[in-house]
Ligand binder design. Structure first.
Ligand SMILES: [Zn+2]
Length: 186
């Protein structure tokens, strides 16, 4: 008895799931061999089924799957951003370019931040020096020389902090007559 196309199509999903009896499976296979349109439909179903099971397996294996290489790129970028001088390993030239570009803009941001900090610290140092001058701890000329730091290249933050600490120490010992000697720079 020949299987009809509607019968075959109804049975195809169960056949793909392996749920048909051997007798029905062989009838269906026979129909699929003879009938091109049902065969095509079954193949589509097979592809779909394969796609679904692959997607399901993938979702189970990696629920939060990211594009391949994404984590490596992020790690490389963070590494390059943090260390600056280390070249990314095994990256394509495009990736290197992207990393370099990002690193450049990142360091520009950092320099901007540092510059703002240095300016703020310099302003604080100048204010402290001015206060000390008003308190009579320093001569006017010394304040002028410390202000002239603006004409030179901005000092590194560490130097500014050291200067602040020196000024604080001077402030603590402002009553001592030897207050002017710090400006001499032993
Ligand atoms: Zn058919």
């Amino acid at each position: 008895m020949e299987m009809t196309c509607p019968d075959a199509r109804v049975l195809v999903p169960a056949y793909l799931d392996g749920e048909l009896s051997e007798a029905r499976s062989s009838l269906l296979r026979k129909h699929l061999l003879d009938c091109h349109s049902c065969r095509t439909g079954a193949q589509d179903g097979k592809n779909l089924k394969r796609w679904f099971s692959a997607a399901r397996e993938h979702a189970e294996a990696a629920p939060l799957a990211t594009p391949s290489g994404f984590a490596a790129r992020v790690a490389r970028r963070a590494f390059a951003g943090d260390r600056g001088q280390l070249a990314p390993l095994a990256a394509t030239s495009l990736e290197i370019e992207a990393v370099e570009r990002e690193r450049a803009s990142d360091s520009t941001r950092k320099e901007g931040k540092l510059l703002r900090f240095v300016l703020a610290a310099t302003a604080v140092a100048a204010a402290v020096a001015l206060l000390l001058a008003l308190a009579g701890g320093l001569k006017g000329r010394d304040v002028g020389s410390s202000m002239s730091a603006d004409d030179r290249a901005l000092p590194p933050a560490k130097q500014v902090i050291e200067e602040l600490e020196r000024l604080n120490a001077q402030g603590a010992g402002a009553q001592q007559p030897t207050g002017g000697q710090a400006a001499g720079g032993q």
